[in-house]
Design a protein around this ligand. Structure first.
Ligand code: NAD
Ligand code: AKB
Length: 321
């Protein structure tokens, strides 16, 4: 087992639920402390600390108490919730990150992980095969906080030698946990509805293509980036990573092969405009060259795995999922 001591902030969310488990496998139960604003939804294996990341003093206390050496900072307000409360999105996403970077600087932590997003793109950003280094004109408060967060990460590395690492995740799809208020959430909900035998009303137009990734690829990307020797990394802000791009109608077509009766209707809302400001797919050659990133899952293989696991959960619970 490795000697690092990890703190996961935002461990009860869509990514935190799965990433914390993977980290415990790598670092041991005693090597990982999970934390969230909300109490844990199920029995926690290992140490858990309730934490509002805006409370810098409490964050310092936890880092000292557990002798933390690395932080995975996942707490944030995502794109759709962020547009409903932009001031709060700025506070949570920016002050939260600044508190994490300050504790890392002052306590001399080894590494920090800060997830960025395709939400940094918008406006004049090239939509197809979006380059690593390009125009960033985010159109949401969430995207603005991710772009500024990337600058802060690079600044803390250059100025204070805080080893911050970051990935621009596409929309993430998982069966273990539900998404927390983003624009790509439909791509998780649609699987749940199909398996439950219920119709699905999509909040995006059928032809809206977005970059997406299956959670096992996202977790592996995160761990591989965090494990990469620092001298291999050409930057300390968001790496583009790609796996697949699809639209609601593409995924509906694939699901209808498995559930011929499955009904999907479309009622676009304010999230349509957010989705239209994002890109279609990213050029991730820098991540591939620097730390050997390579995706595994496409829409077909992800769908097989999602359906298998959701069916198992449904059978186990004996109820609707
Ligand atoms: P989520 O909304 O599912 O989870 C976020 C967690 O943070 C929640 O458990 C919430 O309770 C917690 N939290 C919120 N405010 C907090 C605070 N003040 N203090 C402590 N905890 C707080 O989000 P997620 O999908 O797991 O995303 C994690 C990170 O990855 C975020 O930074 C997000 O921007 C980024 N990301 C996610 C996706 C995706 O598709 N899920 C894509 C791109 C980037
Ligand atoms: C969202 O839709 O807000 C997130 C993201 C792509 O950052 N899933």
């Amino acid at each position: 087992m490795r000697k690092d001591k990890i703190l996961v902030i935002g461990s009860e969310g869509q990514i935190g639920t799965v990433l914390s488990q993977a980290l415990r496998q790598a670092y041991g139960i005693g090597g990982v402390v999970t934390s969230d604003l909300n109490p844990p939804r199920s029995a926690v294996i290992g140490a858990f600390e309730q934490l509002n990341v805006l409370d810098g003093e409490r964050l310092f206390e936890i880092v000292k108490k557990h002798k933390i050496t690395q932080i995975y900072h996942l707490a944030a307000m995502l794109s759709a919730k962020g547009e409903q409360n932009p001031k709060m999105a700025w506070d949570v996403n920016m002050t939260g990150l600044l508190n994490v970077l300050e504790v890392a600087r002052q306590e001399g932590l080894d590494k920090v992980y800060f997830p960025s997003s395709i939400a940094v793109f918008g406006g004049e950003t090239p939509k197809k095969n979006t380059p690593q280094h390009t125009i960033l004109q985010p159109q949401t408060m969430y995207g603005i906080t991710k772009e500024v967060g990337e600058h802060l990460a690079q600044y803390y590395y250059a100025k204070h030698k805080v080893d911050v690492r970051s990935i621009r995740y596409p929309g993430l799809i998982s069966y273990q946990s539900m998404p927390g208020g983003g624009t790509t959430d439909y791509a998780v909900e649609i699987y749940h509805k199909a398996v439950a035998g219920e119709p699905f009303e999509c909040f995006l137009k059928p032809e809206t293509r977005l970059p997406m990734m299956y959670m096992p690829d996202a977790v592996r990307a995160t761990l591989e980036l965090m494990d990469a020797p620092v001298e291999k990394l050409s930057m300390h802000y968001g790496y583009n990573v790609s796996a697949m791009s699809f639209s609601p109608s593409d995924i509906a077509t694939v699901l209808k092969v498995h559930f011929p009766e499955f009904k999907v209707t479309y009622k676009p809302d304010f999230r349509q405009q957010i989705a239209e400001s994002w890109v279609d797919g990213m050029d991730d050659s820098q991540a591939r060259a620097d730390w050997g990133w390579k995706h595994e899952y496409d829409l077909g293989t992800m769908t097989q795995d999602m359906l298998l696991n959701l069916q198992k959960i449904k059978e186990k619970s004996g109820a609707k999922i």
